[in-house]
Design a protein. Structure first.
Length: 282
């Protein structure tokens, strides 16, 4: 009896802690260009295309925020949600799937469906129902939405979404505007491929493109280039140190260097970024 009581207390406490984590989160909508908006709250940035024929949403953050996200979208348009796109499988980008999937189909790379199935086997409602290998194009009102899969950089299921007429790119987590990137090595991520993907997007995108990053503020191509330069520098610095036979501890003590140490942030600080580089490059 006492054990059951303790278990109940732990479950309630855990649920309350999870709920409290998002209690003060507000969803902020910001115009990107054309009919495309960026929504920020907690987790990955959301893109919303608002048209007279309905809405298309890219990513949906965490499950407890679904109602607030829906309210924010209603502030943009009273039209129905028609399509959802997942840029990859991480919960801070797909946590709202189960709530929104009742309203619209979820599109994602086939590996996203597989990863969600593995990570959350009981959440059938969160699974993408339309998957692809290389990408697809969705037409909604006068907008052409180009969804493109890029090989394992952040994860093995990364997609970017380009709103052609609005000239807005949602990079998913192939861009952390606020600092060092998270490269999920356990789920198909690779530092060099990450950089190659970023450089490919920089080559392809117009100079005046507006960019919605996976995390950070609405930005532009110039900032994306700075991000690419930081990753390129990091790879070269750590590759050279490893080739010289430096140990992990020696590299950590050496650091990333004064030019880029300010890219450290709460989730991927300098030490964690260096450890990712060491693990992936040696």
């Amino acid at each position: 009896m006492i054990r059951l009581l303790l278990l109940g207390i732990l479950l309630v406490t855990g649920w309350q802690s999870h709920a409290n984590r998002f209690a003060s989160v507000k969803i902020k909508a910001e115009p990107a260009a054309g009919n495309v908006y960026m929504l920020q709250g907690a987790g990955g940035n959301i893109a919303v295309l608002a048209t007279e024929q309905g809405l298309l949403m890219v990513d949906d953050q965490f499950a407890p925020l679904a109602e607030r996200i829906e309210t924010a979208m209603r502030g943009l348009s009273d039209k129905a949600l028609k399509y959802i796109v997942n840029t990859h499988f991480h919960k801070d980008h797909t946590g709202g799937n189960a709530s929104f999937a009742a309203k619209a189909p979820v599109f994602a790379h086939e590996n996203v469906r597989q990863r969600i199935s593995e990570e959350s086997p009981g959440e059938v409602g969160a699974l993408p129902v339309v998957t692809y290998q290389n990408g697809l194009t969705v037409y909604l009102a006068d907008e052409e939405i180009q969804i493109t899969h890029l090989p394992g950089g952040h994860t093995d299921g990364d997609s970017v979404v380009y709103f052609k007429n609005a000239n807005v790119l949602h990079t998913g987590d192939l861009f952390f505007e606020l600092g060092f990137p998270y490269v999920d090595l356990k789920h198909g991520g690779n530092v060099k491929t990450y950089l190659a993907n970023v450089n490919a997007l920089l080559e392809k995108m117009p100079d005046d493109v507006k960019i919605i990053p996976g995390h950070g503020k609405l930005t532009d191509k110039a900032r994306y280039k700075v991000f690419a330069e930081m990753i390129d520098y990091s790879i070269k610095r750590i590759s050279k140190a490893l080739a010289e036979g430096k140990s992990e501890q020696e590299i950590l003590e050496m650091g990333i260097g004064k030019d880029y140490e300010h890219w450290s942030w709460s989730f991927i600080n300098e030490e964690r970024w260096l450890q990712t580089l060491i693990t992936d490059l040696q």
